[in-house]
Ligand binder design. Structure first.
Ligand code: 13P
Length: 338
């Protein structure tokens, strides 16, 4: 465990005005996204599209790191350089998604999931480090519904997150722990706040039980928002206030940074919420680690056509710039019109 390297990696990930591009969509998720723009989800198309994002001119001014899928970590760009080497050379830390997705928890309601991927993880970590990965993501999923989440579901996911985080640090890879509370459902923002608090409490208790160093851990959090089918949709100020309140109650001040997922929020909401939180301020750097909220427009603009390559890069660069400003509390909605 190289603590100096872990500290250096974590600090680079949350450097002022910068955040993370999540480009680690699984084959199934990629299939859905590509289908929405009528592009075949082939290995070559995934390589081309992700290369488009990584090579966007100037994007390293706002993108500090990229979460890659196992497939992408082993691919090369059009210039022949392996993606991790290209990213590192251009000042973007290569990361890797290491979980293997979710499964049902026997005897619990089917909406309750636990994330798999611990078997053989130490061996995979050693290989990922050799391939250039310096941080690793694990996503746990908590669903809000009638009588759920159960304590068992929160507990099972917290323990898996802690075991994976310990494996990461032993391999000198920064864990980016992602306990995502889904926004799907008709629940209120009050309920989301309650569940997010319980989830984060259990997660940090498990990290302590496994001797995970909070100084070398990045939290990838979901924001406290109204369920997407709830009749009362909380505004930007309320989301910022409630999210910060929960984080301050549960997250150690020793953490080097907190990054957020977009979770199905609109591009503008994800930016506005991050901006509002940074205007209030927190004990940690707060930045983005978005997939959809950074990529939606770029993917649509590209639509699999070489002629749209530059326009898609421009769309991605714009969202990266807007979120880079939001990470400093300097975003303004007028800037979106340019
Ligand atoms: P979204 O920003 O689209 O929620 O994706 C972030 C992510 O990495 C989910 O695991």
């Amino acid at each position: 465990m190289d603590k100096a390297l872990l500290s250096k990696t974590a600090a680079a990930m949350v450097a002022p005005g910068k955040g993370i591009l999540a480009a680690d969509e699984s084959a199934g998720t990629c299939e859905k996204r590509f289908q929405s723009v009528n592009v075949d989800c082939t290995e070559e198309n995934r390589r081309t599209y992700r290369g488009l994002l990584f090579t966007t001119p100037g994007v390293n001014q706002q993108i500090s790191g990229v979460i890659l899928h196992d497939e992408t970590l082993r691919q090369s760009g059009n210039d022949g350089a392996a993606f991790p080497a290209y990213l590192a050379k251009n000042g973007m830390v290569p990361g890797i998604k290491v979980d293997k997705g979710v499964v049902n928890i026997p005897l619990l309601p089917s909406a309750e999931k636990v994330t798999e991927g611990l078997d053989g993880l130490d061996k995979r970590m050693a290989e990922y480090f050799k391939l250039g990965a310096r941080f690793a993501k694990w996503r746990a999923v908590i669903t809000i519904g009638e009588g759920i989440p159960s304590h068992t579901c929160i507990y099972a996911n917290a323990h898996a997150l802690a075991r994976y985080a310990a494996s990461c640090q032993a391999a000198s890879i920064v864990p980016m722990i992602e306990p995502e509370v889904l926004l799907d459902g008709d629940h209120t923002i009050e309920r989301c706040e309650e569940v997010t608090e319980a989830t984060l409490r259990a997660t940090f208790a498990a990290l302590a039980a496994y001797n995970v160093s909070t100084e070398h851990t990045i939290l990838k959090a979901s924001m406290v928002v109204s369920g997407n089918k709830c009749s009362r949709q909380a505004g930007v100020a309320e989301v910022a206030e409630r999210t910060l309140r929960v984080l301050k109650r549960t997250v150690p001040a020793s953490l080097p940074g907190v990054v957020f997922l977009s979770g199905g929020q609109t591009d503008l909401d994800a930016t506005a919420h991050l901006d509002a939180m940074n205007r209030i301020g927190a004990p940690w750097p707060l930045t983005f680690s978005y997939s959809r909220a950074l990529q939606n427009t770029a993917l649509k603009t590209w639509s699999g056509k070489a002629a749209n390559y530059a326009a898609a890069q421009k769309a991605f660069a714009h969202r990266a710039r807007m979120n880079g400003l939001a990470a400093q509390g300097k975003w303004k909605s007028e800037l979106e019109k340019q």
